[in-house]
Write a protein that binds this ligand. Sequence first.
Ligand code: PBG
Length: 328
Amino acid sequence: MNFPGYRMRRMRRTPALRAMIRETKLSPEDLIMPYFVREGEGIERPIASMPGNSQLSIDCLVARAGESVALGVPAVILFGIPEVKDPLGRSGSGPESVVYRAIQALKSAHPELVVIADVCLCEYTDHGHCGAITERRDGQPDVDNDVTLDLLTEMAVSYAEAGADIVAPSDMMDGRVAAIRGGLDAGGLSEIPIMAYSAKFASSFYGPFRDAAESPPQFGDRKTYQMDPANAEEALREVGLDIEEGADIVMVKPALPYLDLIHQVRERFGYPLAAYNVSGEFAMIKAAAQAGWLDERAAALEGLLSIKRAGADLILTYWANDAARWLA
Ligand code: PBG
């Protein structure tokens, strides 16, 4: 039936009617809150480019994560800011590392909280790249894929031993999911899932995060390992490989500029899917809201809802706590 017999506006007449036919629902359970942890005590160092977010010492992290728990946000993901950096990112692994101790503290204070450990070297290397550096045949420096696999595996195993519920490699080395899976299984940690940053693009939207994590590359860029924003087929190939290698959750990152891929990964693989609403997506709306140009709450919730509508099951977002509050 067509107009005038059929009228789309009938079911839009009242809030209750609109709610009855709402197809997508956003809930706090869908959200994962990122936190940045550093050494010290009583430290909450605000991140200028990400208003409302801070670098936190472990004690403050435990308190903040308590807010997430109270708001019904089921999971957090941790990024570490170490005191010392070296070419191999050694300070990122082992019982001395800040994330290791943060995981232990979080799990003992909030046993029900799902603690996800981001696994990558860029916060811990003095050159800021996501792996060990080697010299190519043309004399240019580049990240050495296979050497990096061992370093990532060591890091992932150490975080799992600390009590992390999920490990999440964000480095984009080839073969890292299989390497980490092998390391976890050999270490008696076969129950620990891997959330793989599968289709992670070399994006300009990571700018504020690199301030927050003090991790910008000191030379060059990440284009020899992160993906070309032009490539969708390749992104699907990346996702397929990570699934074959044993990923339990796959991810598309960033989220809003890549909704087409979130949708395609959902359709093609029907696999648990996360999307990372990254720092630049957050900063844009924050800045526009501060200028009085748009309503932060409405814009943020619309973006998050759209990421879900596109097909994501889980959303990593700096609005996780605020969104849970708004949805309550
Ligand atoms: C590190 C990492 C990055 C992000 C998550 N893990 C930055 C990068 O790859 O440069 C970005 C997150 C964000 O922008 O919110 N590998």
